[in-house]
Structure formats: structure tokens, C-alpha cells
Design a binder for this molecule. Structure first.
Ligand code: ADP
Ligand code: MG
Length: 304
């Protein structure tokens, strides 16, 4: 089977939503966006040996994750996803089978979130599997939630339990698109990010972008996932450290006024208020006796 048979099958499986004027098959796709809305664009690349290990993860899982991480970025802005394009470098010796699996995973995730697969680029080589997806989304003008809107005195919230995702949850990304829509309709969300690098790292991005702010986190309020406990029996690390520093949870981390807690909780039952934003650039953790001590993020950094 050749490249063009593969593309023909992908084209067959892709279903266009109302935004697609022209999908797979021409030199470009044509999209019609909601009039007056702003366009969101995001891209993420996954590489065998770095973000997954082919053999431990199936092509279907990799396809779902590749689209899922991009949808999570759209969720982090409280946007709505519209369309996706996929670029793949397939290992030559098993290209057909891997391509089919990837496609099935991508298509499943795309259908679940009403996203249209509108194009891509298919290559094979003697190297490992690499897949890059770009997602186009939209938001009402000025309504996309940025990282930069946190204010001193804000409460800090997270939408679900954290840590230990490497055990297997990292392959099962659940983009919080719907949750983000509910949160922004319930209250004014000041700043938001999805947790990909780790709670502390990603919180630091919000604090830095919002003008060298800091935070106090309450250790007893950090929601710790069951996987973080299991992970600690494997590597001896404290479950709390896993919750603070493990990446790829893909929960939403955001700030809003303290007074909006009840309103937000009403639409996000797993929501936890984990701390507050302060006007000095320090990251502190407060124990149950009220003692504060500095903490340093040790989350993932590709260039370190
Ligand atoms: P071109 O050479 O003009 O870039 P291609 O032959 O690479 O076109 O692709 C033909 C069509 O198939 C294009 O619409 C392209 O977007 C689409 N396509 C190629 N690979 C993929 C893929 N992996 N997933 C989805 N669409 C794809
Ligand atoms: Mg062309």
C-alpha cells in the first residue's frame, strides 16, 4: 500500500464539521470560522522515546495522545477546537500498520470533540516515529484566557487530582474543553494553563507571565492522585512531590477571585482551591501548622 492509498483512507474516515469548506485532498484545506471570532492556533510534536515508547504504547494510544495534548492547549485558553492537521514521520518497516493505528486514534479523539481532520503530511524514513499535530480553534474576541491575567490576592485552583501520570494516564489525555467552557461561564477566570510540565512549573509560568508574582500553596489542599501514591511505592518519592512536579496530568490550573469559589465548584465538582497569588516572586508551601517554606519546581524541561 502506498502513501496515496493511505491518504485516500484517511480522507474517507474524516468527517467535516460545519467549519470545513474543503477538507483533505487539495493543497490546502479551507475553513470558515465563526464570524467575528478570534482564531487560536497550537501545535505539539510527540517523538518515540521521548513522549511515548512504541511497543509499550499502541499506535492508537499515540494518535489519541497526539491530538489530546493539542486539545488540552485549546482548553487551557477556554477555546473551542475546530480543525486539526497532522504531520507524521513513519518508521519505514512498519509504516502501514502504524499509520492505520495512529489514524484510528486521531479519528476517535477528533470525533469525541467535534474536531475535523482537514489535512496533513505523510512521510516514511529509517528513523523513529514522530507525529506533530496542529489544532485550530476559536474564541469570542477577548475571551481566550491567557497565562498573564493573575492578580495578587487571587485564589489558585486545579480541576482534578495530580501526580503519577507516567504509570499510564499520560496516554489517556482528557482535554478539559467542556470544563473550561463551564468555568468561564461561571466566573471571571483571570489566568489559566493546562498542567503538562508539572503543577509547580506550570504555576510558575502563570506567575512569571502575570508580572513576577508569587504564590503560597497549602500542602493539605493539593489533590494527590492514587497513581502518585502508587508511584511513590515504586520510586520512594513522596506522593505530594509527585503531585507537585509530575507532568502530563492535563488538568486545568487557573486563578480567580476567592469569592468565586462556590460558583466555580458548582460546575467543576473535582475542583480544589490550592493556594493564593502574592505580589512578591516567591513560591512557598504552607503546612497544616501555617509554617511556610520555599519550594523549587523540578518539573520537566526539554532543554535541561
Ligand atoms: P501536497 O504534496 O500538495 O502537500 P500531499 O500529497 O502531501 O499534498 O497530501 C494530499 C492531501 O492529503 C492534502 O490535502 C493533505 O493535507 C492530506 N494529507 C496528507 N497526509 C495526511 C495525513 N497524515 N492526515 C491527514 N491528511 C493528510
Ligand atoms: Mg501541494
Amino acid at each position: 500500500m502506498g502513501e496515496f492509498d493511505l491518504i485516500a483512507r484517511i480522507r474517507e474516515a474524516a468527517s467535516g464539521n460545519g467549519n470545513v469548506v474543503l477538507g483533505i485532498g487539495d493543497d490546502c484545506a479551507i475553513l470558515k470560522m465563526t464570524p467575528g471570532y478570534e482564531l487560536l492556533v497550537t501545535t505539539d510534536m510527540l517523538m518515540d522515546g521521548r513522549h511515548f515508547v512504541l511497543g509499550q504504547a499502541t499506535p492508537e494510544q499515540i494518535g489519541r495522545k497526539a491530538l489530546g495534548v493539542n486539545l488540552s492547549d485549546i482548553a487551557a485558553m477556554a477555546g473551542m477546537p475546530v480543525a486539526a492537521v497532522v504531520a507524521v514521520a513513519l518508521p519505514r518497516n512498519d509504516a502501514d500498520q502504524i499509520a492505520d493505528g495512529l489514524q484510528a486514534g486521531i479519528q476517535e479523539m477528533a470525533s469525541r470533540f467535534g474536531v475535523s481532520l482537514v489535512g496533513g503530511d505523510t512521510n516514511a524514513w529509517d528513523g523513529p516515529l514522530v507525529i506533530s499535530i496542529t489544532v485550530i480553534g476559536e474564541a469570542k474576541p477577548g475571551r481566550a484566557v491567557r497565562r498573564s491575567g493573575a492578580k495578587p490576592g487571587d485564589a489558585i485552583f486545579v480541576t482534578g487530582p495530580l501526580g503519577g501520570s507516567l504509570l499510564c494516564r499520560h496516554l489517556d489525555v482528557r482535554p478539559r474543553i467542556r470544563e473550561a467552557q463551564l468555568l468561564v461561564s461561571a466566573a471571571n477566570v483571570h489566568a489559566m494553563i493546562d498542567i503538562s510540565d508539572g503543577l509547580l512549573s506550570d504555576l510558575s509560568h502563570i506567575l512569571e507571565e502575570s508580572g513576577r508574582l508569587g504564590a503560597i500553596l497549602d500542602s493539605s489542599e493539593i489533590p494527590i492522585h492514587a497513581d502518585a501514591y502508587e508511584m511513590s511505592t515504586v520510586d520512594g518519592g513522596a506522593p505530594l512531590d509527585h503531585a507537585l512536579n509530575d507532568g502530563e496530568d492535563f488538568e486545568l490550573l487557573f486563578t480567580a477571585s476567592f469569592g468565586d469559589y462556590e460558583r466555580l465548584l458548582a460546575v467543576a465538582p473535582a475542583l480544589r482551591r490550592i493556594g493564593e497569588v502574592i505580589d512578591t516572586p516567591n513560591l512557598l508551601i504552607r503546612d497544616t501548622d501555617g509554617r511556610k517554606s520555599p519550594i523549587i519546581p523540578s518539573g520537566f524541561d526539554h532543554l535541561r
